[in-house]
Design a protein around this ligand. Structure first.
Ligand code: 5AD
Length: 360
């Protein structure tokens, strides 16, 4: 198992030649534990309404410059059918924290998708109540994504102002999701202002301790209409993690080595930093998943978490053709089926004292 000091050393390693060793180790672990298939998850950004005030995010409630939208269930169904017809195994429903996406509405939508398609359903709808999460799981949702953003509680508080004390924190929600039988995904931004190398090493260790099924890491990209988009970069005291492409690959590769069986996407935020090859490089340095954006183009431009998102105007079919070619050119295959969590499958067969009937 990789020691903490080794993680820190890699995070601080400047020499690209040395880093080749990290990339090749991560790639070997990826091949050994999750294979050559690249699973495609169709992302549908179903609403950009949000009640939160996260200081990094362009969709934060106080940002009045955003044109807000909420897709209809029929529109979402069209996207789900498109995902199925493109051969994807999963549809990911993502939104801001929009309390008008009511419990029953979302549950009905999940049931419709499950009835009409063979897709796995992943939800990424923010911090919702255990009651809602239970209802959606009962309706057939398979997975839930909720990044914890940082393992440093003081930094977490600073970038998430106005949290009410009675609310479950994200770590408690992740435990709840696990209990409910979801495949659980989480992650952090790389180079969030205030994030130190120690913090990032802790984040990576927490991925391992949480035994995550999915891990999403992408660079922090400053959005000019947010408090963190306006700040000058923090003074270079050697502690701040840079929000660079290179640092993102390091975090990806280390996530793979610490959590060898997790599903790890090569994220859109990474592709945004390097449009020509960011996605591919992510796939050769630990990642095994890509999440093509299936949101209708007229909505997509309003889902501006950060500016100048990659693939902003490409219709899904076009995005898809290029993607498949690029996956094959890497010597990889396009995943067939749902691409369920290898981690979970391994956990389910592991005979533990009280594992029976719990994990399956
Ligand atoms: N830059 C990069 N990633 C961001 N996210 C939110 N705002 C930004 C930003 N400015 C990420 C958060 C969130 C996910 C959906 O998008 O980690 O969990």
């Amino acid at each position: 198992m990789m020691e903490r000091q080794e993680v820190l050393n890699w995070l601080r390693e400047p020499d690209e030649q040395q880093l080749e060793l990290l990339w090749s180790r991560a790639d070997a672990a990826r091949r050994q534990h999750v294979g050559d298939a690249v699973h495609l998850r169709g992302l549908v950004e179903i609403s950009n309404h949000c009640v939160r005030k996260c200081e990094y995010c362009g969709l934060r409630a106080p940002n009045t410059g955003v044109k807000r939208y909420r897709m209809t269930a029929d529109e979402v169904m069209d996207c789900a059918r498109l995902a199925a017809s493109l051969g994807y195994g999963t549809v990911v429903l993502q939104s801001g924290e929009d309390h008008r996406l009511h419990k029953a509405w979302v549950a009905d939508l999940i049931r419709r998708i499950k009835e009409e398609t063979p897709l796995a359903v992943t939800l990424s709808l923010g911090e919702r109540t255990p009651d809602e999460l239970r209802a959606w799981r009962a309706a057939g949702a398979d997975r839930y994504l909720l990044r914890f953003e940082t393992s440093n509680p003081a930094l977490y508080e600073r970038v998430h102002p106005g949290r009410r004390p009675h609310e479950l924190d994200r770590l408690a929600l992740l435990a709840e999701l696990h209990q409910l039988g979801y495949e659980v995904g989480s992650g952090v931004m790389i180079g969030l202002p205030g994030q130190t190398f120690e913090d990032l090493a802790n984040d990576l260790e927490l991925f391992r301790d949480l035994d995550l099924d999915m891990i999403g890491v992408g660079p922090f990209l400053p959005h000019p209409d947010t408090p963190l988009g306006q700040l000058p970069r923090p003074a270079g005291n050697g502690q701040q993690v840079p929000n660079s492409e290179l640092m993102t690959y390091k975090a990806l590769a280390l996530a793979r080595l610490l959590c060898p069986r997790a599903n790890i996407p090569s994220t859109t935020a990474l592709a945004t930093l390097n449009r020509s090859s960011g996605r591919e490089l992510g796939l050769t340095r630990g990642a095994n998943v890509v999440m093509p954006n299936l949101t209708p183009v007229n909505y997509r431009r309003h889902y501006e978490i950060y500016p100048e998102k990659a693939c902003l105007y490409e219709p899904p079919e076009q995005c898809h053709g290029g993607l498949k070619q690029r996956i094959l050119a890497l010597g990889r295959t396009v995943g067939v089926g749902r691409g369920d969590s290898p981690n979970r499958l391994a956990r389910a067969v592991k005979p533990g004292p009280d594992a029976v009937g719990k994990e399956v």
